[in-house]
Design a protein around this ligand. Sequence first.
Ligand code: EPZ
Length: 426
Amino acid sequence: MEKLVIEGGRPLQGTARIEGAKNAALPILAASLLADGKVNIENVPDLLDIHVMLDILRALGARASYSGMSAAVDASTVRSSEIPEALMNKMRSSIFLMGPLLARFGEVTVYQPGGCAIGERKIDLHLRGLQALGATITESGNRIECRAAKLKGADVLLDFPSVGATENIMMAAVTAEGITTISNAAREPEIWDLQQFLNKMGSKIIGAGTDTITIEGVKKLSPCVHKIIPDRIVTGTLMVAAAATKGNITLEGVVPGHLTSVIHVLRRAGVQIAIDDDIMNVSGAGRPRAVERIVTSPYPSFPTDLQAQMMVLLSLADGLSVMKETVFEGRYKHVHELCAMGADIRMDGNSALIRGVPRLYGASVEATDLRAGAALVIAGLAAKGRTVIDQIHHIDRGYESIENTFNSLGGQIERTVTLSQDRIAL
Ligand code: EPZ
């Protein structure tokens, strides 16, 4: 069992380069199934979720490789359109494969990906969107079969600007007959990156980044080379860590325009942020100020994926802050762990009332999901004393060697392996 052991209280200093965006790379890897030939994708982060997606592509019969932050996928050998249940259970994002497989083979079988620590994570918007394009859906137990002799363009209105549903419908529509419009589409930068990738392969898509995306179906897509955008959530995580440890760091390869709401909130908390093209300097000299009210909601508002991390900074602020989570109904599992480190956080429905304390204290805590785990690392870096974090596989899903990243900035984090009790008995 791997753990992270953190000696806290050291201000972060130095420079780090931002890795490619996990949430752009995953749908783009899925979309590589649409091309008949070898696709090369650069700036792909070396993460557990990326390797699970590559395993799924291989299980479908594609040739997929990863080296030196680049992935190569040749889907010309794909023979299956059923995603192995065991692999689906490993990663919810395998649901992104429905659109490409339906577009390519006219059929796809998946399994309900199920909920996770942050919420129910339904897929009804995905299924309704594919049905609008002409797919028939048969559910038996948790097995879902989609079939469509020929997908036809349609006008799709999403009840909620779901990132995954927007991406799945885009990928299904690229070779459908006629025009598809997606209204109330999600506007995240990762969707814009997917549009760039698909258009390089010959698609005709406009509007990604706005709430209306239009896709004109084409006959065939061809391989291409594409570089993934930087990860705005990893960027935000490092920014919060600099502020929470009263450090001063420089981040390179940033797209500040992807972080407008995050920069705004951090500046309200008193964090100094200087921007020069794709370089950002972040300094948290004094004690942060409380922020009266932060509400997470779809892009371009404050991202749900930085809610837990921001809560750590607010736990150290001077005053009372209120954080309201509106995207995922269960994304507060980190509150209990932060309170074990001395934070003063009370829940009121889906709002967290955070009364800042002068300092946090090291403790033994457990990562419950990806971003909660990242928040605990930040808390451990800022706290007085030693913090031990268990269940760190959650963190490895979304951060390349988080300990190396923070240690290169002056942090003191060690990854330890403890054998489970029964193996010691042997
Ligand atoms: C993507 O998840 C991201 N994952 C998430 O990042 C991110 O938190 C989320 O978008 C919101 O920005 C990837 O891109 C791989 P949604 P996704 O569909 O697509 C409800 C991380 O930490 N919903 O926008 O699953 C759903 O229950 C991860 O990197 C339906 O009701 O998010 C949720 O409450 C976590 N029906 C809300 O919409 C549906 O069919 C947002 O979900 C689909 C979603």
